[in-house]
Each structure stands twice: as structure tokens, then as C-alpha cells.
Design a protein around this ligand. Structure first.
Ligand code: PMV
Length: 331
């Protein structure tokens, strides 16, 4: 089989990853915990062909050039090296949500590419090995290999073999992540640049790193106890501290837009009105809220009224990355 199509859902970190301990290998300074989201997905088709003289990438119908292409080729080179594959590949990939805008397109993108490319190259990697490979494309991609609640281990080793993601249970727990999309454009500072700038210039960075183990521990306890209040408190805290470290960089990195802050205040007010929901936000302006399934419609309606919110989407816990045969629903 040298032609494979795979899909992967994006994931949103509840306990954030921000800062690397190794840049080429994408090894994180802190562990993280995410929820894979059903329906925000990337579909990627990979075909290795003898007649190609270079790799061809088509993303959302447009041929990829420049830096993004170099990043994709260097990822494919890793696959070729493990599989002893000599051919170049034709890759077409499609996101069903805005690319590079803080909705974690690189997470679903590199997870789908890792799965499709390894299978097309004749490899059948374990979930852990796929996660280690996907991590090298984009850190958060290692979590999108799996469904539901996922932990990405920081690891200690210099070669990164102990820095992989794995599912941590909670699959029967009916939570929702409500997304308030505030822009369809690309973000100004890519996460990889923003986190490195934070690491090297923010006086708050070391504190962010030092506080993270407590967030990981409490989030895991909350997931195993199915305690959404406790998980929500950690989720919001981890997000605000990550952004605080970035805002404290020199010069500061601000991913929030006006609508993001208004969304945050609306979520805090919802709690006071008896609709428990907790704010999170990544390296982009979108508002995200963790809530119980029964409150998701109310939270979405409240976010839809925030000025600057273009649309909302309610996401249930998502499935793991998988190969599709053509009969399955497409992105
Ligand atoms: O994996 P990257 O380079 O896209 O970085 C992801 C960074 C955050 O989304 C802000 C946090 C996270 O843990 O996903």
C-alpha cells in the first residue's frame, strides 16, 4: 500500500505546553494534558511515487512553498529514513477549520501526516512511536494521535524517546469544548516562535515551568474523579499563566484580541449565573470554553453574542487518528 488517506482531529490543551527543552526534537519544558476534539479535523492523502523528482504538498487546494514546505519535507525525510523509502511523495491535505489561526491545525495536520505517510511508506508503527514521530513535526501533534483525554510526557531523555503522548482515560465523560471563532485569518506569531521568545526573554517563564507539575497532577486527579469544577479551575489557570508568561516577554507576545478578553469575561459571568464553564485560549485569538454537555448550548449562545465572535462550534471528545478507506465521512 503506497497510497493512504488518514484523518486526525485537533486537540486543545487543558494544561498547556509552552516552551521547549530541545528545539529540533520539539521536546517540551513541561508536560501537558489535552482533549481531542471530534469534528475539527485534517484529512491527508499521501502517495509515494517513483516518477516524482521532489515532494509535492497541496494544502487546502494550494501548493505549499517556502518555509512551510521545508518543514514538511524535513518531516517526510524522517519517515523515509525509518522506512528506507527512496521515493518522493505527493501529499494533499485539507483542514475543515482555519489554518494556523490558533485552532491547532498543526496538531491535527502532523498527526494525520505521520499516520498516512508511515502507512504509505509500508510501516505499521505503535501509537507511542507514531506519537514520537508526530511530535517532531509539531509538539502538540503527538497528542492528536489519540482520542479523548491525553497526556504528553515531558520526558527526561535527550533523544526524546520518553517524550510521547498517551490516553489517560475519562472516555465515558461527557464534557464539551465550545469554540468561539474570532478570526478566520492567520495568527501573527507562530506558537513555535512565541514560546521560544517567551523562554529567552520573559522573567515569568521559569515560574510558569515551575508551577506546571501541580497543574498536571490536579488535572489528572480531576479527570479520574470526573470533577469538571476542578478540571475547569486548572484549565483556566494553566491558560492564563501561559499567556502571562508570553505577555511578560520582551517585547510582549499577545495572542488575545478584544473579543478574546470579552469572551473570558462572559465565561466568568456565566459561572456566576449558574452555568459552569471555564476559559482557555491558545496561540491565537479564539475563545474556548470547557463545560458539561448539558450546558454546551447555553455557553455557545452566550459566546455567540460576544462582539467579534464570528461563529461558535460545540465539540465533543474526539476519536484517535485513523486511516480511512474512502467510505468514511470526509473533511
Ligand atoms: O505544537 P505547537 O507548536 O503548535 O504549540 C502548541 C502551543 C499551544 O497550543 C499554545 C499549547 C498546547 O499545549 O497546545
Amino acid at each position: 500500500m503506497n497510497k493512504v488517506t488518514a484523518v486526525a482531529n485537533t486537540n486543545i490543551a487543558l494544561v498547556k505546553y509552552w516552551g521547549k527543552r530541545d528545539i529540533p526534537l520539539n521536546l517540551p519544558a513541561v508536560g501537558s494534558i489535552s482533549l481531542t476534539l471530534e469534528g475539527l479535523l485534517t484529512e491527508t492523502h499521501v502517495e509515494f511515487k517513483t516518477e516524482l523528482s521532489h515532494d509535492v504538498f497541496v494544502m487546502n487546494g494550494e501548493t505549499v512553498h517556502g518555509k512551510p514546505l521545508i518543514r514538511l519535507i524535513s518531516f517526510l525525510d524522517k519517515v523515509r529514513a525509518i522506512a528506507n523509502q527512496k521515493n518522493y511523495a505527493h501529499i494533499s491535505t485539507h483542514n475543515n477549520f482555519p489554518t494556523a489561526s490558533g485552532l491547532a491545525s498543526s496538531a491535527s495536520g502532523f498527526a494525520a501526516l505521520a499516520l498516512a505517510a508511515t502507512r504509505a511508506a509500508g510501516l505499521e508503527l505503535s501509537g507511542r512511536d507514531l506519537s514520537i514521530l508526530a511530535r517532531q513535526g509539531s509538539g502538540s501533534a503527538c497528542r492528536s494521535i489519540f482520542g479523548g483525554f491525553v497526556e504528553w510526557h515531558r520526558g527526561e531523555r535527550a533523544d526524546g524517546l520518553d517524550s510521547y503522548a498517551e490516553p489517560i482515560g475519562g472516555d465515558d465523560w461527557d464534557v464539551r469544548l465550545v469554540v468561539g471563532v474570532t478570526s478566520e485569518g492567520k495568527k501573527a506569531v507562530l506558537s513555535t516562535d512565541g514560546m521560544e521568545h517567551t523562554r529567552t526573554t520573559s522573567p515569568y517563564y521559569q515560574t510558569w515551568v515551575a508551577e506546571s507539575p501541580r497543574d498536571l497532577k490536579e488535572a489528572k486527579q480531576a479527570i479520574s474523579a470526573r470533577n469538571i469544577e476542578k478540571l475547569g479551575v486548572v484549565t483556566e489557570r494553566s491558560c492564563l499563566r501561559m499567556h502571562a508568561s508570553a505577555l511578560g516577554a520582551d517585547p510582549g507576545v499577545a495572542y488575545f484580541r478584544g473579543a478574546t478578553i470579552e469572551g473570558y469575561h462572559r465565561i466568568v459571568a456565566l459561572r456566576k449565573e449558574g452555568v459552569p464553564a471555564w476559559f482557555t485560549c491558545d496561540a491565537g485569538p479564539h475563545i474556548k470554553a470547557l463545560t458539561a454537555a448539558e450546558n454546551a448550548e447555553k455557553v455557545a449562545a452566550a459566546l455567540a453574542e460576544v462582539p467579534g465572535v464570528l461563529r461558535t462550534q460545540i465539540c465533543a471528545p474526539g476519536r484517535a487518528a485513523r486511516v480511512i478507506t474512502g467510505r468514511e465521512e470526509r473533511a
